[in-house]
Design a protein around this ligand. Structure first.
Ligand code: URA
Length: 239
């Protein structure tokens, strides 16, 4: 990677707009290799120079990857005029042009990968890839053997084609059943529509995994963390 201007370096890492950063630099908020640097056009070598902004080291990474435990009540969009978005929950995260990989409904919780790596997102979301997504669902029960078999066959849910086979594993049966449901597509309201197609209804939905990436259950709803090196490697090997 070549040299970068200091203001671009910081803007690329999500530290503000170029003009906000210029203001910050004027106030002496940046250090390069231990010395205060006020000039936005100071050239930075991302491999060698150590940059600190507002007291925190800022490493340059082309792409960033975060796991968010999405709470209910926020939309999976980058911006929205009325609703709180998943990106509002990542204020302060490093990286610019972040976006969620795929969508969860506003009332769905759980695993959402947030990145600025378009190629990875394309790979995970491409319809021909059939990446497994597993959800914990609370269903209006009880769940019957027939429903399980119909999920396994694929269901007519009002689209051009029936869904691909899905796995429905009952954890607890009764008037409110708890089940793990695995689908390998990402159609609009897919699980809700599949439940309705077999005469049930989704009462709550939480995504537990997407391909090799599993929700870190120690992450409170609304919190996020960077992916570990192992998680990133697991996603890479899915190429
Ligand atoms: N299926 C749904 O119905 N909703 C989601 O958010 C995800 C899968």
């Amino acid at each position: 990677m070549g040299m970068l201007r200091l203001d671009k370096y910081l803007a690329d890492m999500g530290k503000g707009t170029r003009s906000e950063i210029k203001q910050g630099l004027k106030k002496g908020l940046a250090q390069v290799n231990g010395a205060v640097e006020k000039s936005p056009d100071r050239k930075i070598d991302p491999q060698k120079d150590q940059v600190i902004y507002r007291g925190e080291p800022v490493c340059y990474e082309k792409f960033v990857y975060y796991m968010l435990n999405k709470p209910a009540g926020v939309v999976s969009a980058t911006q929205d005029r009325r609703e709180r978005t998943v990106l509002d929950l990542l204020k302060g995260a490093q990286g610019k042009d972040l976006f969620p990989v795929g969508r969860l409904d506003k009332d769905t919780e759980g695993l959402l990968l947030i990145t600025n790596d378009g190629e990875l997102a394309h790979r995970l979301l491409h319809p021909n890839r059939h990446v497994d997504k597993t959800y914990l669902a609370v269903l209006a029960g009880p769940v019957t053997e027939e429903m399980i078999a119909r999920f396994a066959e694929g269901l007519e849910i009002g689209d051009d084609k029936p869904t691909l086979p899905a796995r429905l594993v009952v954890l607890e049966n009764g008037p409110q059943a708890r089940a793990e449901i695995t689908i390998c597509e990402g159609r609009y309201h897919q699980i809700k529509r599949m439940a309705e197609a077999v005469g049930s209804r989704v009462l709550a939905l939480k995504r537990l995994s997407m391909g090799p990436l599993a929700l870190d259950e120690t992450l409170a709803a609304g919190s996020y963390r960077p992916l570990t090196a192992e998680e990133r490697a697991a996603l890479e090997t899915k190429k």
